[in-house]
Design a binder for this molecule. Structure first.
Ligand code: NAD
Length: 427
């Protein structure tokens, strides 16, 4: 039983967790309520864009160590570990919505073997280990917090090469058993109490979001001081206390984690009576960054985008993922669409109309998106965009103008091709 892992929820985190545990030699069964997803996964088809995931899922299936089911009850009935990887979306008041977690715990509770360890892998508010314990109502099983820090776009790499593994457990024996699952990974492993483990996850995400917001603020200042933010962050990053990671200015941060987790932390702080003002400023300044990028586009076309055609490169919240949840690209485009712009976009992972913005036309390639456009806005840092033939792009646009919200393009090249150019924190 002690190398059998059941994973409940096979999204970005659950699927990566399951496939990577199978890669590490454990026997894994992944359950999801989405029957079509399970059907595809059982055939070795990966429903998300995540480098390296297809290969290790295939490896697990071939070795017979990885399987998929819609039957969570059967999955947990002989498991030593049950990883809960279900969504914890933002509730109406900003708090984390634990409906999925509660439903999953209620469903599995009567079917767990004694001494099973139920693990909160989902990002859950402080106190959730106790909450799951209560929902399970089983004094013979353990509940442990083991937050996940992987990044979409490098999820498999991050899971197998973590900066650290955090285990929050009130029971030392349970912590040691969880540690055994990660044996062989080159990472520091820390054991703490559940509340601290839960706090680590939120504090780490908020800190990273703060780093991005800080750099965006520095970039905005560079624009008025006539400094170049790319050089400024290079110089800052050489300081080991600061580091180069997460120092790239952009259109604001987003994705499935930072916005909801920052709001959940803000909610927790408020409920606990702590005035976490840095966090409030962080969230406000990120919204202002979306406005700022939309304003740059508007300024470049002369003050109004009403009736103008805008080409957009990139829709996902960052490169190398197909995830558009809380994407800054969508946030900026929403503002431009509301001001009357007609938008055609290209993203390597988007082939048809988007449910969240059906009014955006989707082009088949980057150049196609630019046909008759009055301005191009670069919103996601897909590497491919660097290599697009700018001469061809300029030839098909009505006006060769670009707002590069990722500082991705070589602005010298862009200008030499006759474009008017504006970046973030550099002119
Ligand atoms: P996701 O939406 O991609 O996947 C969640 C899956 O759970 C879906 O396939 C859904 O069908 C399934 N599900 C929902 N209820 C279920 C149930 N009762 N039984 C079985 N399956 C069920 O979500 P995700 O991005 O993988 O995130 C999961 C959790 O991990 C969240 O708490 C998130 O905050 C956290 N997290 C996410 C990331 C990330 O980069 N995506 C990183 C670290 C932590």
């Amino acid at each position: 039983m002690d190398n059998r892992v059941a994973v409940i929820g096979t999204g970005y985190v659950g699927l990566t967790t399951g496939a990577c545990f199978a890669h590490l030699g454990h026997e894994v069964i992944c359950a999801d309520i989405d029957a079509s997803k399970i059907e595809r996964l059982s055939r070795g088809e990966i429903p998300i864009h995540e480098p390296g995931l297809a290969e290790i899922v295939e490896e697990g299936l071939q070795a017979g160590r990885l399987s998929f089911t819609t039957d969570a009850v059967a999955a947990v009935s002989d498991a030593g570990f049950v990883y809960l990887c279900v969504p914890t979306p933002q509730g109406a008041d900003g708090s984390a919505d634990l409906t999925y977690l509660e439903a999953a715990a209620l469903q599995i509770a009567p079917h767990l073997q004694p001494e099973t360890i139920v693990v909160n892998k989902s990002t859950v508010p402080v106190g959730s280990a106790s909450f799951v314990e209560q929902v399970l109502g089983r004094s013979d099983v353990h509940v442990v917090s083991n937050p996940e820090f992987l990044r979409e776009g490098s999820a498999v790499h991050d899971f197998l090469n973590p900066d650290r593994v955090v285990i929050g457990s009130a029971d030392q024996g349970a912590a040691i058993r969880i540690a055994g699952l990660y044996l062989g990974l080159p990472a520091p492993l820390m054991v703490t109490d559940p509340a601290s483990a839960e706090t680590i996850k939120y504090a780490a995400n908020a800190f990273l979001a703060m780093k991005l917001s800080f750099v965006n603020a520095v970039a905005n200042l560079c624009e008025v001081l006539d400094a170049d933010v790319n050089d400024v962050v290079l110089g800052m990053g050489y300081d080991k206390r600061i580091g180069h990671d997460f120092l790239r200015p952009g259109p604001g941060w987003g994705g499935s984690c930072f916005p909801k987790d920052s709001r959940a932390l803000q909610y927790m702080a408020r409920e606990a009576g702590y005035d976490f003002t840095i966090l409030d400023t962080l969230l406000d300044s990120n919204d202002a960054q979306f406005d700022r990028v939309a304003a740059k586009v508007t300024r470049m076309v002369g003050g109004s985008v009403d009736g103008l055609r805008i080409a957009a490169w990139g829709l996902t919240f960052k490169a190398n993922t197909d995830d558009r949840r809380d994407s800054p690209a969508i946030e900026v485009l929403r503002r431009l669409s509301a001001a009357g712009a007609e938008i055609t976009a290209f993203d390597p992972t988007v082939t048809g109309p988007m449910a969240e913005m059906p009014e955006v036309a989707i082009a088949e390639d980057a150049c196609g998106a630019c046909e008759d456009a009055d301005v191009l806005v670069v919103l996601t840092e897909w590497d491919d965009f660097k290599w697009v033939d700018l001469e061809k792009v300029a030839a098909v646009m009505r006006h060769a103008r670009v707002v590069d919200a990722r500082n991705l393009l070589d602005r010298g090249q862009v200008r030499r091709r006759g474009f008017e150019y504006d970046g973030i924190g550099r002119h």
